[in-house]
Design a protein. Sequence first.
Length: 169
Amino acid sequence: MTVSLIVAIPKNLAIGKNNKLIWNLPEDMKFFMETTTGHPVIMGRKNFESIPEKYRPLKNRTNVIVTRNKDYDAKGCIVVNTIEDSLKCLSEHKEDEIFVIGGGEIYRRFLEQNLIDRMYITHIDESFEGDTYFPEIDFSKWSSKTIMEYPKDVENPHNFKVVIYEKLD
């Protein structure tokens, strides 16, 4: 099972503010939906709650929520209390790829514990004010391949590119 991370990050690594996304890039959101559909997704409770209610849980995906709150309940989701439990419950599903979708604390913990095999990172050519940040990455430990470059347009106000990173052995 490949454990992948998917995220959009600007130059200054800010990924959220007040539990909300700080940009609107419909083409990147389309990429996220197409890439994760049909695969389990792991997220933190705050990230789950930041998803507009009409889209929760994310359709056509097993949604796994990691929270320290042992009484937390989210209809249509699997709720666990550790990132280890999130992987354990999905190991029984025999999935080929699962996606860690945030937020900042969940990304940091998966990366610190060396649990990520692949990263799909949308690099936004801009900086934003935020209160949640993606952790610093040593990209020398990853091979990279750019799979999409998107110039800003009327609906997508920032240039961005999507890069897939594979962990080097």
